[in-house]
Every structure is written in C-alpha cells, then in structure tokens.
Design a protein around this ligand. Sequence first.
Ligand SMILES: [Zn+2]
Length: 339
Amino acid sequence: MSFDTSFPPPPVATDDYCCPTCHGLLAQDTAAYFCNNCRKTFPIDFGIPDFRLEDDPYINIPDDRAKGARIVRECRDRSLAGLLQFYWSITENVEANRARQFVATVLRGGLRAESIVTWLQERKAIAGRDSCLEIGCGAGEMLPVLKRVWKNVTGVDRAYRWLVIAKLAAEHEGLNVRLVCANAEHLPFRSDSFDAVVADNVIEHQNDHSDQLAFARDALRVSSRQKGFFFLSTPNRFAPLPDPHFNIPLLGMLPRGSAKPMVQLLRGKAYEFIRLLSSHELKCIMDEAGATTITMVPAQFGRDLFALKSTASAYRALAKQKTFLMVCPVIWALASKDA
Ligand SMILES: [Zn+2]
C-alpha cells in the first residue's frame, strides 16, 4: 500500500482503533485510517475498515474486495438466507450439496449463540454489558443474539466479502453493529477495549501453533481487565467421531504428519488452514497466551441444536462427566486475565 508522506494527517484518537502492527494511534479521513509509524494506509469501503496485514487463505485481497463489491451491487434488500444463496451461486468449485450444508450451518449460528449466551449467563460470567467483540463473525449470524446482551457489538473477520453479507443482513434486520476486516492475530483495537470477546470455531483455522497462540494472546489483550472475558468454542481433535471438515472417522487421533496424506488419499483435498486441538493443547495455548483463569467444558448446546430429544438428554448426561471433556465433540473455553 502507498503512503503519501506529504499528506499524513496527525494521529488522533479514533474510537477504540489502533494500528494492528504497532498498536499506535491512527489518523483518519473519510476514506481510510493511517498509521504514521508504520506508514500504512487502511482503506474504508462500504463503511467497513480494512486492517488486514495478510490475505485470506482462500482468496487474495483484491479478489475478495471485488467479490464484496459485486454483492453490494447485485444483492441488496435480502435476508441472510437470500444473501448466502446468492454468495454460493457466484462461487465456483463448490458442489450444490456442499453449498446447501454451508448455508444450513450458518443459519444455525443464532442457536449456537443462544447456547453460549445462556451458559455465560448461568455462570454469571457477564459483568459488563457495554461492548462485545466477535472474532471470526463470518456472515454475522451470531451478532443479533450478542446484540441483545451487549450495547455495542463489533464483528471482525478476515473475509471482506463475508462482512459485506453481514452488513447487508444487519441493514435488512435494522440491526446496528460495527463490522471490521482484520486478521484475528493482529486485531486493530486498543488493549482492554471489550467487556466480552467471543470466537466460535476460529482457533482451529489458524494455520499453525504460533498463529493459534498469537490469536489467543491478542483476544486476551483486547478483553477488558475489569471482569472482561474471552470465550472460544472449537472442535475437539480427540472426539471419536468423523472429522468435522472432511468427515473422516478418527482423523484427529492420527499424528499431524499422517493426517495430511490421509486426507489427500481419501478425499483428494489438501488438509490446510485447519489445526484441531485437544483439550490439553488448548489449555496450554491459553496458559501461554497469558490467561490467568481458564474454565473448559464440553459445549453446553441447547436442545434446539439436536435433531432428537433423546440425543439431547444423552448428551447432557455425558457432558456432566469430567472425563468427557477429553473426547467431547466441541470444547468451550472461558478465559480471563489479571485485573
Ligand atoms: Zn503502526
């Protein structure tokens, strides 16, 4: 990105933003934010500031922005379901069946958010109700539920095109949320900015251990010292079930080096941008990231997320067993740092 040193507006306090690289104050005009230290420009398009330092692994930044612009041009005044259908209709190399599954998963996000918020409320974990950040908000399907609890809700994602969908869906619903494009491990917010930081199915998509650690560290950094928290949800590597991304039984039990050729052999796909964690590995990452209190439990899904009532009852009985955490399908972790 170019930076015109003859026109560096002076740095000012711009909401709770800071530079994602140096954490310094930014300057702003109507079209962009600027960091004078790093000589970087961060454009604002369709009301969404773009603080990314790295490409989305699935699409480069210019193509991502072009796709977002196309959605804005061709797809206004639609519900989230309509926007998702349009998105998959213009996305190549995804079979119709798979696209339908993606849409269904996204549309169940509201139910997942209800389960999470109910559990946090039952634990009396929610102290401040002013601000919530969702990292990896995707199409924004969890934001309406978060907005019922927190006054100011911000959704961050590295995919601009998904944020455009989130913004159009929010406009359609009359929902006032802020959407920001950024990498999860380089958040453009000042430290201690949010009462709550939530990340559903994000950490397993960080490329390697060091990115997962950087992600956890930055999520804790921006969560408030004053009774703030960082909540995350992630599939369990050691769940004795088919792998959630490739539907291969017990894939997570294999050493990481063997899982890659296995996926290539059985599915003809590259096993990349996914690194599932066990409960022990997740605990180590949170410790290393600086969490001083950590609670980990099997996901406490609400009944609505189960097709059968009997399955819901059996799951809830299992979830009360301490050892179930090691093999449960999805782990929830609630962490905070010292005040
Ligand atoms: Zn900077």
